[in-house]
Ligand binder design. Structure first.
Ligand SMILES: [Mn+2]
Length: 259
């Protein structure tokens, strides 16, 4: 098992050229906070969307993110796990950025405790439609076909899927059905196996919090990572944080106050 004395965990930055302040905070994070720990874990949805490594060559923005990651990975170990928006990040981009891909879930030892890491979408098992969609798009033969489509087609498919999930997401929140877009106790218990006192860390739901949870005989702690949003402060509360783990324990690092 991977072992580290200290780590920072982030997810759901949803980086895109139209959110320059969020991107800038990430570049600063790579320079300032990240090199101070032994390992950085990016638990998915680093990018708003990803339609193939071949597109990054022609995108100055993706090149800039790649350079920041490549520089960071020379100073501290940088691990990446696929999210539901950037699961098409492939070996070419990983190699150029110096990140090591982790399978989902992965258990790591940080400062003497075991943590199970995942992006989080696989835990939202109340959303049966989404889980069906997820099983399809994670099939390698489907991905191979998709990656051979012309770039404009790929972009337009990705755009439509994003639009759908946005509409659905908002409808779900309004219909007081929000448990559908959150993780279920059953899925958490499943992923942790039968180990009691286990520790789970994930992103995806954009609901950062520390939970003590229990299902039947099993109990565990769960930390949810925050998304990053620094570009629309009028409509939404600006937010960006990382989870810091070292010999001092587990805590959220507010990256807005500390910028
Ligand atoms: Mn996600």
């Amino acid at each position: 098992m991977l072992q580290f004395a200290s780590a920072l965990l982030i997810s759901d930055l949803h980086l895109t050229p139209s959110m320059p302040l969020t991107a800038q905070r990430f570049f600063d994070f790579c320079e300032k906070e990240a090199p101070q720990v032994e390992a950085v874990f990016i638990l998915g949805d680093l990018f708003e969307y990803w339609v193939g490594d071949d597109t990054s060559v022609s995108s100055p923005f993706q090149q800039e993110v790649k350079r920041a990651l490549a520089n960071l990975s020379t100073r501290t170990k940088t691990y990446y796990m696929h999210g539901n928006r950037d699961f098409l990040i492939g070996s070419s981009f990983l190699k150029k950025s110096g990140m090591t891909l982790l399978p989902e879930p992965t258990t790591v030892d940080i400062a003497g405790d075991n943590y199970v890491l995942c992006h989080g979408d696989s835990l939202c098992t109340a959303d049966v439609g989404y889980q069906m969609f997820r099983r399809w798009v994670r099939k390698s033969w489907i991905q191979k076909i998709f990656l051979r489509l012309p770039l404009q087609w790929r972009k337009s498919i990705a755009h439509q899927l994003r639009g759908n999930s946005q509409v659905q997401y908002q409808a779900t929140i309004k219909s007081a059905n929000e448990h559908k877009t959150n993780v279920t106790l059953d899925a958490c218990a499943d992923i942790l196996g039968m180990q009691s006192g286990a520790r789970l860390i994930h992103g995806h739901t954009h609901l950062p919090a520390h939970h003590q949870e229990q299902l039947r005989e099993q109990h565990w702690q769960r930390w949810v990572l925050s998304d990053w949003e620094l570009d629309h402060p009028d409509s939404l509360k600006p937010r960006a944080s990382a989870l810091m783990i070292d010999s001092g324990g587990v805590r959220y690092l507010d990256l807005i106050k500390n910028s």
